[in-house]
Design a protein around this ligand. Structure first.
Ligand SMILES: [Zn+2]
Length: 82
């Protein structure tokens, strides 16, 4: 992320309060924008999505195992009948 001085246009590094060339104060507006863009919102959403996905996968595996068990029980019941 790069910031530039409003007055002289030179590149200003993140965390600097004043421009080293002309002394113009770097506006809070620019810093607020930086904070917003640096928020790790993406990581949080992907982490939640990953957890949801894992839950879905486990539910699917559980459902498949349950169906397989039911089928095995039905087959055992049928073969015992004959
Ligand atoms: Zn400047």
């Amino acid at each position: 992320m790069h910031m530039f001085c409003k007055n002289c246009g030179i590149e200003v590094q993140n965390g600097w309060v004043k421009c080293p060339k002309c002394g113009t104060a770097i506006s809070d507006e620019v810093r607020e924008q930086l904070k917003v863009t640096q928020k790790p919102e993406m990581y949080r959403t992907t982490w939640k999505d990953r957890l949801k996905f894992q839950l879905k996968v486990r539910l699917c595996i559980g459902a498949v195992l349950l169906v397989m068990m039911v089928i095995v029980i039905i087959i055992m019941a049928i073969t015992e009948m004959f």
